[in-house]
Design a protein around this ligand. Sequence first.
Ligand SMILES: [Zn+2]
Length: 301
Amino acid sequence: MDTLTCLLPGGYADGTGTLHREAELAPLSGREEELLAGRSNMSNAALVTRILSRCVKRIGTCSAISEAIVRDLLVADRQYLMLKLRELTFSSRVQATVVCPWPDCSRRVDIDFLLGDVPLILPVDPGPTYRFQLSAEAALYDEQGVAHRDVVFRLPTGGDQEFAAALALQDGEQALMQLMSRCIRSIGDLHQPDAALLGGLSPLARTELDQAMEAVTPRVDLNIAGLCPECGREFVQPFDMQEFFFSELRISREQLYREVHYLAYHYHWSEHELTGLPRSKRRMYIAILADEIERLNDAVV
Ligand SMILES: [Zn+2]
């Protein structure tokens, strides 16, 4: 099977603290398409975990990639792996439509770009934990009136994304504090601060914390620049690659089973073998068969 090897923007730190960055991917097959067709109630974060645990074959020297490992990957690493998976499953070229963001225009504009050209923003410090100091004005005071300023934090992972998706219906502020309490290891002597304690951070402290996290976060920059042919103005628009890829992959179960049935009927391959094919190969065999059947029909006439 064709696989693709890439270098993760962040990397996976295993239990011993060793950082693994080289990942090997296999393309999506009919089995993942079947999974996507039947899991409309799963959050996108949970779907990404499920799909990557099936398609990532290796990260560094770890070759048994469980859902737990995929949950531990940084948000940017998961985004990057999905981007590479799309490249491997279909192609590097993305042709899509976005809405022109100028408020008096809002018309649909075609965009066309290569995934290989999407810039990666890589941090200097690979983590997995980071330290910084809140300014004196932003210090967090405990019940005894002691100021705490030294923050140790980690970056959000897939597990945090799944957690956030499950909290999406709750109060936004409360959910944000719970997410922060997962990522902040300590503030001064306050270890594993909970959501209630973090609620005591001032707006200035929150801003400083956001900036400190942003400065070390690896990113896949999917801000796509375009020129609107309708209003003639340039724009930069964030592009939701994950949603786009999922919509490309969505196929009804009926259609998938019809395709598998068609090939099984003519080739007598097992269902297991046929659902293991990537879509491109499945469709290629269908096209070959259709040509062959047409040729035979022409010969009979
Ligand atoms: Zn426009």
